[in-house]
Design a protein around this ligand. Structure first.
Ligand SMILES: Nc1ncnc2c1ncn2[C@@H]1O[C@H](COP(=O)(O)OP(=O)(O)OP(=O)(O)O)[C@@H](O)[C@H]1O
Length: 603
């Protein structure tokens, strides 16, 4: 595996340093009118960074973030003009006000699914805009004037160049915090949320809680942008905080590349500069005044969605030198779970029932899984295997009956709670994050073994924990035979290896029980053989496994015992030989060869 020495400066780091120097010189070198434009770009980029985290990474589309910018801007403007507060106190007050409004709106709206959430963001975006325009204390549609400048170390930042530096520092800190966040445990959980709550919950994440946190964080970034805007413009009216402004910020994120922090910055720069240029050029070309740039933006977004769906930044990134895999220095390992003695009942299912309306998909099923064994759960299509799998993993609760894990009742517990008690799983339809490396995907499995939250991650104060996760993930990748590919993108792996990657991810959780949902589905012969050998090796190393599988050759040659289901009920239970000889099973599997495989995936 290609790894970089920890201390070496990669070409990419050098390039970033160069970009930083250029950015630092821009406010000095540009003509004054361009500096004003640059400041606006930097302010918008602060807000768009929040949208990248919320919309691009977590997948929650918000049209209403301009309104949060307005809350921050009006709070500081009001306090500094009417009460004479320092703008710095106005910044803190803006955070408190915006954070409270966002937390309230988030708690109310973030449980919504599909297009209901974007509709809700439109609704509160419009509402807040009307609050700004119709509140006499906020100056109504005329707005607030004479907002004082920001004073820093006794210097009043009325000079556009000085203000540009303040905006640059604010963007630098925001973007750095966002980058740190994305490369952390919490960032990986945020990315997992984009695929829906299933994967995140399966590794111990509270999806709703995390969504609310990221929503509030992105609103705070908008509030910071609002603070800068208010003290740069020195007057305010509601127009920059309207729904159309909110849509334009979303444009910036989408055009630049909504899943990348630097994509957001690029989008803010391109759209703001383009708007200025079009405003100058279009009236001359068309012979009349009007907001024609909006029409061009509409066409631009259609083109980008058509030809560069992930925005422009991924196209830029193709030309940048790739970062080699960097491992943090190894430190103390993660705490390990006590391993139950071989033969101890690990899972006990008693009289489990799951009803869907009138259908009993699982009908009074009881069985036991013992530590150190591989138990197969088989049955013809519609037998109830997946439903049983969902009861064991907490994806859906049992209608009645009881499931215990190491003597602890887990009936009705959430997927995240069950995972934290020691159950780790793979998915029937592979759910890896294709744009992340194998190492990052695998580290996701250790979410519940670490603790750093959003703030510690943004400040990069979780490096020891992150190092432990990295080394544990690499150990598990090496254990399943993927160590050499740790730095590759998961999306480049063939399906068979993606399934093995899911096994490594599940193992990082240090599970008491590994649950595999049809791991051989879609695999070629050679891949099945490799999977079978791996699972047998894991069992020999003491890992307890429950496998739901259709492939009879694989199951019969692999498992220690089987539970056979049919029409929701348990049909049989026993060793592969006992099950093979059971007439009821042979009847249920009419047409399927249950006899000893002559070749195939057997050992
Ligand atoms: N969410 C649901 N709502 C209604 N019915 C469901 C639901 N999930 C499963 N069922 C029904 O429950 C029965 C058992 O389905 P389940 O998916 O558990 O079977 P299975 O053994 O996993 O089948 P397969 O091997 O085809 O995946 C089927 O009749 C199915 O249609």
């Amino acid at each position: 595996m290609k790894r970089a020495p920890t201390a070496a400066l990669s070409p990419r780091t050098l390039l970033s340093g160069l970009a930083l120097v250029v950015a630092a010189l821009l406010p000095l070198l540009l003509p004054t009118f361009q500096v004003t434009l640059l400041t606006n770009i930097l302010i918008f980029a602060v807000l768009v960074t929040g949208l990248v985290l919320l919309t691009g990474v977590v997948g929650l589309t918000s049209f209403g973030h301009a309104a949060f910018m307005g809350v921050g801007a009006y709070t500081t403007a009001l306090l500094s003009t009417r009460l004479g507060w320092s703008p710095w106190l106005g910044l803190l007050a803006g955070f408190v006000t915006t954070g409270s409004v966002a937390a309230l709106l988030g708690l109310i709206t973030l449980r919504m699914q599909g297009h209901y959430l974007p509709l809700a963001t439109i609704a509160w975006g419009i509402s807040l805009y009307y609050v700004f325009g119709n509140t006499p204390a906020l100056g109504g549609n005329t707005g607030l004037t004479d907002i004082p400048p920001i004073t820093l170390l006794g210097v009043s930042l009325t000079n556009p160049r000085a203000f540009a530096y303040l905006a640059l520092v604010c963007l630098g800190l925001t973007a750095l915090g966002a980058q740190f966040l994305l490369s952390s445990r919490t960032g990986r959980a945020m990315r997992a949320l984009r695929t829906g709550p299933l994967v995140a919950e399966a590794f111990g994440v509270n999806p709703f809680g995390l969504r609310v946190q990221v929503f509030v964080l992105s609103a705070l970034m908008a509030s910071l942008a609002g603070w800068l805007y208010a003290h740069n413009q020195r007057f305010l009216n509601p127009t920059p905080f309207s729904l159309s402004a909110g849509i334009e910020y979303l444009f910036m994120a989408v055009v630049g590349g909504s899943q990348h922090v630097w994509g957001g910055v690029l989008g803010a720069g391109l759209i703001t500069q383009l708007r200025e240029t079009l405003r100058d050029v279009l009236p001359g070309l068309l012979g009349q005044q009007g907001s024609f740039e909006t029409v061009v933006f509409g066409l631009l977004i259609i083109l980008v969605l058509q030809f560069a769906r992930r925005g422009l930044w991924p196209l830029v990134e193709r030309w940048l030198p790739q970062e080699p895999l960097r491992l943090l220095p190894a430190g103390p390992g993660l705490p390990r779970r006590a391993v139950p003695a071989t033969g101890t009942p690990l899972i006990q299912v008693a009289q489990a029932v799951k009803r869907f309306g009138g259908l009993r998909a699982v009908d009074e099923v009881s069985f036991e899984l013992r530590a150190g064994e591989i138990l197969g759960l088989i049955g013809p299509n519609g037998a109830g295997k997946s439903t049983m799998f969902n009861l064991l993993t907490g994806v859906s609760p049992a209608t009645s009956g009881r499931v215990t894990l190491l003597g602890q009742d887990i009936t009705g517990r959430s997927a995240a709670q069950i995972h934290r008690l020691g159950v780790s799983r793979t998915f029937q339809h592979v759910k890896v994050l294709p744009e992340l490396t194998l190492l990052e995907n695998t580290m996701m499995g250790g979410y519940a073994r670490a603790h750093a939250g959003l703030l510690r991650s943004m400040l990069h104060l979780e490096r020891r924990e992150e190092a432990a996760l990295q080394h544990e993930a690499l150990r598990q990748l090496e254990r399943v035979g993927l160590g050499e590919q740790a730095g590759q993108l998961a999306g480049n792996l063939p399906l068979g290896q993606q399934r093995i990657l899911e096994v490594a991810r599940a193992l990082v959780a240090d599970p008491a029980l590994l649950l595999l949902d049809e791991p051989a589905a879609g695999l070629r012969y050679g891949e099945k053989t490799a999977l079978s050998a791996l699972l047998r090796r894991l069992r020999d190393e003491g890992v307890t496994i429950l496998i739901v599988e259709h492939d009879m050759d694989l199951v019969m040659s692999l498992v220690d015992r089987l539970v056979v289901m049919s029409s929701g009920q348990k049909l049989a239970e026993g060793t592969p030989d006992e099950v093979r000889g059971n007439p009821a099973v042979r009847e249920a599997y009419l047409g399927v060869d249950l006899d000893e495989p002559t070749s195939g995936v057997a050992s």
